[in-house]
Every structure is written in structure tokens, then in C-alpha cells.
Design a protein around this ligand. Structure first.
Ligand SMILES: [Fe+2]
Length: 686
């Protein structure tokens, strides 16, 4: 596995000047004086392997088109033992961002780095950590995070993470941060146009040149629009401190490109052909987030060099729902996000892109969407399964219509390809990675949750609603992710079972809520047969379901107790929505009446959610993972709703800390989580 200087230099030819090889340690030769104001987005490092890492900064210049910085890497924070010293070009073509690959580093080591311009103006000092060798049995510690809206909130969670890490014993310090997307939100509000949303104050983050306005949101259509947002987000002091402290491993969710977009289609309300918009989003992502993702213009770290494309409507789709149009294919292949990240003996982190190759949303047909209007956010699970399966449902014999109680509508997906989130090409790659992994834990890092969000309205007492939910089916509360991508999810879980893969776990984001449970392709009345673990991490700051429902759920709705239990004293309502997903409607109705948790839980429906151990739709914060040869330990650190920046050095109080541990299971055994609350109050999450 040892990379030779010769092969590294061969790679260097392609990468150009943006590369450095370490040499003997010596004192710094640079007259560095810190000028953070000249490096307004700080520093960062990304995707370390055992011998190399990419370092990043941004140093804008008012004049010229290209300038050279010096980068130094040292074994000590005072830069007395500098082991690499090289030039790092910045140019207006890459919005003055720099990426340098440093090679020849030692595995599992901490290094410090800094950038200096020709006048001695220096960046802040960053810290990075290389990966251990693939046979290294040391414990792996990382955190997974997502959804950091700084337009509507603050990043107290990073402050908390840094505070705790500084005080953690060496064996528990974080090795890297896994960011599962919504690093930015491309939908930007301006505080002079809109002051608040839900509990939130709108903070200034960026002004979008040549954008589009949808409701209160300004949306970018060009690379300069996306760049403006990254600059605004990276001005955040807590995010800057986190990036300067740990290497980040990143993958995008939807908002790095487009809220409701997919493939190269831009969608915020109305869909539009967006091949150039997708490329612009990729370019800005590549410029601001250092990673080993491959771009179409080759391995040079200096500029992205976007392909010239045309925005055209996609009219032809292949058998997997991929838009068969050259500009679409070029746009989605302009940057490849999926990759595997090996970290010692115990971790293969297999990262996938859930948006660039996915098929059309099968649940968008308004006819079926009108089923059960009295049941908020609920959709019949059996109909969702038909629509998800498309023409492949029921062994290729999908029903001509779907129905709910007496209503029948044509099956809109009867001739459509079965839903895919990964797309055919990425799926082949993903399965190969899973099959060939030799690490103890095979962790699938992706932006989208995979745990079913379902409810049992068939158990509601008669008379509460005019229409009665059919006895034959559960309700799903569709999320547009693997929670309702039944067929593809089963295909992956079947592979895990058939190939006898152990140590399989999913870490995901996007849902703005904490979930812990099991990867199973079926739930009762089907066979509950978990093949792995599945987690969703809460948002760092973005508003979640409970905040939205506190503000908008109708007070007089007879089903309100399934979501919010109003206290007689007028205090904030309890979040029965968590209980709905975990225990069902009977528990919620009892709790909203008596506020007796024990009595409510005694009415739990055991067939509803054997796959869930924990769900908190009101949580914010981050999740910490610790991997050893025999255990996966996942800790949810939940903070209060982050509506304003905490001035405390610890980032403010925590709401709760809960830990989920699972011993490594043998093939054929059932994985088992043990959940314990270490501190605070988890409310109705268990
Ligand atoms: Fe998000």
C-alpha cells in the first residue's frame, strides 16, 4: 500500500504545481504573520489517506488573475519542524481557492499547516490527521453531520464538538468529520426581505447575482451564485474552527445543487433544464470543499474547467430512468462524488451520491396523492410500494390501478422504471465495494435516511375521522428517500444477507432528526429480518419537522394528538410524532390524554416499528461513532434548537446524550442495539 515517491511524482505531472512531497524536518523559512482577514474563509483539509491529504484555503487578490502562495506542513504547531514547503497557486478562475496534495506523510499522524502570500500575510494554522494503515487495528472515531443552515440558525454544535474533543482522552478524539450534505442551502433568504421563519431569525449569508426568486428564496443559476453562498457559509466562525481542527470527508445532499432537483434538473417549485446549473454547483463545491472526487477536466487541483453545455429539456429516458441526453450525462458526470474511504482495519466508509443519478419521483402523481386527505402526511404503504416498484412490481405484473378505500386511480408508474436512487452505474460500483470490503465495519455514508417512517392509523378509534383508514395497510409518511425506496433498498439488503456481509451499517442525514434502528427490507406483516444497523443524524442547525409542526399544525385537527400533545397549562406541546413512529396511534392518544408515559408505552403496537430504537424529529446536533474490532458505538449529542449563536466556550447546554451500541454480529445473526441515555431528557424519543 505504500505509495512511492516516483508514482506520486507521476501523479504530480497531471496535477501540476498543486502538490508537495515531504522532506526532512527543518525550521520555517517563511516570514509568516497571521492575517485572517485576508483569508476570509479560513483553511481546511480533506480526504486524508495514510500518506497524503489535500489542504485548502482561499486568498482573494484584487489584481491579476493568478498568484502563488506558500504552503507549509509541520510536525508541530509552532512550525519548528516543517516537513513540506511548496507553492500553491490561486487564481480568479477558481475564485482564488487553493488545493494542494501533500504526499509522503506518515500514517495516523497529526500535522499542522498554513498558507502565506509573497508579502508574508499568513492564513490561520490548520490541523489535519492522516488515516491509519489498512491493517492498523486502532479504534476509529468520527462524527457524522449534515444540514448546516446558517441563514436560519447557528452552528453551536461544532463549538460543542470542538470543546468536547479538546478535553477527550486520546483514544476518543475524533479522527475526521463526515459531512453528509446540505453543507449549504442554495435557497437563500435576505433579512431585509424576510425577518423570521418558524422560531428563526433570518441572518445575512449572501446576495445571489443573476439568480431566481421563488417565494422568499433567492436561488443561484450560475457559478458566481453558488460561490457567493459558499463564501457566506464559510464566514461562520464555528464552521471555520471545525474545518481548521479536523479533516472533512464530504458528500452532497440536494441543497448543494437544488432543493427538489435531481440529475441535472433544477427544481424549486417549477422544474427547469439545468445542465449548466448542475455543473456550476459542482464547480463551486469542488472549489470550496477539498476532496478526492474526480472531475471531468482531470486531476489538476488548480481549476475545475467546466464543460460547455446547453440547458435542454430531457425527452428520452433509459430503462433505469436516467435522462438519455448528452448534456445531462455530461453534467452529472462532471464531478464523481461516490468513493470509498478506508480507515484502518475497522472502517470502509462507502460514500454514495443520492441525487445525480436517481430516477423521477414516483410519488408525484396528484391523483394518488389525494388518498386519505384527513390523515396528515400519511400515505398508504401498499400504494407506495406499487408506485416505487413501477413496471417491475409484482414480478413485472403491476396493477393497472391503485386504490384507497373506495377510490381507484390509474397506476401512474405502471410503465415507469422501478425507482432507483443510486442509478444503475453507481449501484454496480456500490455493490462491488460492499462485496469486496475487508474492513470490520462496512459503513454506507449517504445523505438520505433509510428507516421507514410509518404509522398505524388503522388502529384509530372509530369516529375520530370521517373516513376510516383501511385495515389492510399501514401508513407511510413519505420522505423521498430510502424510507420509501422499498425495492432498491431490498436489493441492497439482500446482497448483504446473501454475500454473508457482517458489520454493515448506514449513516445518513437529510431528515433533520435523530433515528437509530435496523436495516430491514420488510416490516410486519412481512418478515422483519435486519441485516445491519441504520442511523440518521440530526441537522446541525436547520429547522426540523417538530419546529414546523409547532408553528403550522392546525389546532383543531382531530389527529393533532398524534403529532403534538398540548399541555393543559399552555406549556410547549410534547412531540407525540416521535411516539407515533415508534409506538403507534394508541400510545399517542393515551399520552395526549394522561401524559403518563408508562401507560402510553404499554399500548405500543409491536408490529409497527420493530426496526426503530430511537426517533427524535425535534433533535439537532451531531452523532459520534466509535469503531473497534467488536463494537460499533454511536452517540447522539443533542443540543437545544440553535436559533442564535451561543457565546459560551462549550457552545451552550446539551439537551441529551444517548448512546447506541451494537456488538459485531456473525453472518446469519441478528444485529442488536443497546440504547442508553447518558444525560438529559430524550422526551418521547424511545
Ligand atoms: Fe437539510
Amino acid at each position: 500500500m505504500k505509495i512511492s515517491r516516483r508514482s506520486f511524482l507521476k501523479a504530480a505531472t497531471a496535477i501540476g504545481a498543486s502538490l508537495a512531497w515531504v522532506g526532512p524536518a527543518r525550521g520555517s523559512r517563511v516570514h509568516w504573520h497571521e492575517r485572517r482577514d485576508l483569508y476570509p474563509q479560513g483553511v481546511a483539509s480533506g480526504d486524508p489517506d495514510p500518506h497524503s491529504v489535500i489542504l485548502w484555503t482561499r486568498r482573494p487578490f484584487a489584481q491579476g488573475i493568478r498568484q502563488l502562495l506558500t504552503v507549509e506542513v509541520a510536525e508541530d504547531e509552532a512550525f519548528r519542524r516543517v516537513i513540506a514547503h511548496a507553492q500553491a497557486p490561486v487564481s480568479s478562475a477558481a475564485d482564488w481557492t487553493a488545493r494542494v496534495l501533500i504526499g509522503g506523510l506518515k500514517p495516523a499522524r497529526t500535522y499542522w499547516y498554513r498558507f502565506t502570500d509573497t508579502d508574508g500575510n499568513g492564513s490561520r494554522v490548520g490541523r489535519t490527521i492522516t488515516a491509519p494503515l489498512p491493517n492498523d487495528r486502532r479504534t476509529v472515531n468520527f462524527t457524522f453531520v449534515s444540514c448546516q443552515d446558517v441563514n436560519e440558525g447557528s452552528l453551536n454544535a461544532y463549538r460543542r464538538m470542538i470543546y468536547e474533543d479538546e478535553r477527550a482522552p486520546a483514544a476518543e478524539k475524533l479522527d475526521f468529520v463526515l459531512h453528509l450534505g446540505d453543507f449549504i442551502y442554495e435557497v437563500v433568504e435576505y433579512p431585509d426581505e424576510v425577518k423570521t421563519r418558524y422560531d428563526r431569525t433570518i441572518y445575512e449569508v449572501a446576495r445571489i447575482p443573476d439568480g431566481l426568486k421563488v417565494g422568499n428564496f433567492h436561488v443561484p443559476l450560475t457559478v458566481d451564485g453558488y460561490r457567493a453562498i459558499y463564501k457566506g457559509y464559510l464566514a461562520d466562525p464555528d464552521l471555520q474552527d471545525a474545518r481548521a481542527r479536523w479533516p472533512f470527508v464530504v458528500i452532497w445532499d440536494n441543497h448543494e445543487f437544488s432543493w427538489q432537483g435531481w440529475q441535472s434538473i433544477q427544481k424549486a417549485g417549477k422544474a427547469r433544464a439545468g445542465q449548466n446549473i448542475k455543473v456550476a454547483a459542482n464547480q463551486a463545491w469542488w472549489e470550496y470543499l477539498p476532496s478526492r472526487c474526480k472531475k471531468v477536466s482531470g486531476p489538476s487541483l488548480e481549476t475545475f474547467a467546466p464543460p460547455a453545455l446547453t440547458n435542454v429539456a430531457i425527452e428520452k429516458w433509459d430503462e433505469n430512468g436516467l435522462g438519455d441526453e448528452p448534456n445531462n450525462l455530461a453534467a452529472i458526470h462532471s464531478l464523481i462524488g461516490y468513493r470509498t474511504y478506508r480507515y484502518g482495519k475497522h472502517l470502509d466508509l462507502i460514500i454514495t451520491d443520492q441525487h445525480s443519478y436517481r430516477s423521477a419521483d414516483p410519488f408525484s402523481d396528484p391523483a394518488a396523492g389525494a388518498f386519505g386527505p384527513e390523515f396528515p402526511s400519511m400515505f398508504p404503504e401498499d400504494v407506495a410500494q406499487v408506485l416505487d416498484g413501477g413496471r417491475a412490481f409484482n414480478g413485472g405484473n403491476p396493477p393497472a390501478e391503485v386504490s384507497f378505500n373506495g377510490a381507484h386511480v390509474p397506476n401512474s408508474q405502471r410503465n415507469a422504471p422501478p425507482q432507483t436512487i443510486l442509478g444503475a452505474e453507481q449501484k454496480v460500483w456500490f455493490k462491488g465495494q460492499l462485496r469486496n470490503s475487508t474492513a470490520t465495519w462496512k459503513i454506507w455514508g449517504n445523505s438520505e435516511g433509510a428507516l421507514d417512517p410509518r404509522a398505524d392509523p388503522q388502529n384509530l378509534p372509530p369516529g375520530l375521522t370521517k373516513e376510516t383508514w383501511p385495515k389492510t395497510t399501514y401508513a407511510t409518511l413519505p420522505t423521498g428517500d430510502y424510507g420509501t425506496a422499498y425495492r432498491e433498498r431490498a436489493e441492497i439488503y439482500d446482497l448483504v444477507r446473501d454475500a454473508k456481509i457482517t458489520g454493515f451499517a448506514i449513516v445518513s442525514g437529510d431528515r433533520h432528526s435523530f433515528w437509530a434502528g435496523y436495516a430491514t427490507s420488510e416490516l410486519p406483516p412481512g418478515k422483519f429480518d435486519p441485516v445491519g444497523l441504520s442511523f440518521v443524524g440530526a441537522s446541525l442547525s436547520s429547522a426540523g419537522t417538530m419546529e414546523a409542526q409547532e408553528h403550522s399544525f392546525p389546532r383543531t385537527d382531530p389527529l393533532r394528538p398524534l403529532f403534538l400533545a398540548d399541555r393543559p397549562d399552555g406549556a410547549k406541546p410534547d412531540w407525540t410524532h416521535n411516539m407515533l413512529l415508534r409506538h403507534g396511534v394508541r400510545s399517542c392518544l393515551e399520552y395526549a390524554k394522561s401524559f403518563d408515559l408508562k401507560r402510553a408505552r404499554s399500548l405500543s403496537n409491536p408490529d409497527l416499528a420493530p426496526h426503530l430504537e430511537f426517533v427524535d424529529l425535534g433533535g439537532h446536533g451531531y452523532a459520534k461513532v466509535r469503531l473497534t474490532g467488536n463494537e460499533m458505538r454511536t452517540e447522539f449529542v443533542c443540543i437545544p434548537r440553535p436559533i442564535a449563536r451561543s457565546e459560551r466556550p462549550d457552545g451552550g447546554p446539551i439537551r441529551y446524550r444517548v448512546v447506541h451500541t451494537a456488538a459485531l454480529w456473525k453472518s446469519g445473526e441478528r444485529p442488536q442495539l443497546k440504547t442508553s441515555v447518558l444525560e438529559g431528557d430524550v422526551g418521547l424519543a424511545i
